[in-house]
Design a protein. Structure first.
Length: 128
């Protein structure tokens, strides 16, 4: 269980006046479907299957406007209804760090690449 330690961290940062200048990011590798994952050789369902397109993460402090839910899946958690891309997420974090994501490029094999690829937009409604 991580809820109590995370709450304590956020409370401590706020009490010390650091939450305004520190960005806390809580994320995961991928989401989980509402369906069971069945594997050959197992008699019982082994758990919820991986969902590479819908996952939860949250941000606190560091210029984020709290109390929002951005993005949405359908009623069973399968299809994306209101998507934001990982490039949007990165562009938003870079903005919070005071960096313009469209200007951050690196040259590789004769081509300029961006951290947010050819996409990525700052999710303005997240910003305080």
């Amino acid at each position: 269980m991580a809820d109590q330690p995370i709450a304590a961290l956020l409370k401590d940062l706020k009490q010390r006046g650091l939450l305004d200048t520190k960005l806390v990011v809580w994320g995961s590798e991928f989401g989980r479907t509402p369906l069971g994952e069945n594997r050959k050789g197992y008699q019982a369902v082994t758990g919820r299957d991986h969902h590479p397109f819908a996952f939860s993460l949250w941000l606190a402090g560091g210029g984020i406007k709290g109390g929002q839910v951005i993005g949405e899946t359908d009623e069973i958690g399968w299809n994306i209804v209101r998507p934001d891309s990982i490039n949007d997420f990165h562009a938003t974090i870079l903005r919070l760090f005071g960096l313009e994501h469209t200007k951050l490029t690196y040259r590789f094999q004769g081509r300029d690449f961006r951290l947010t690829d050819v996409g990525g937009k700052v999710v303005e409604k997240l910003l305080a």
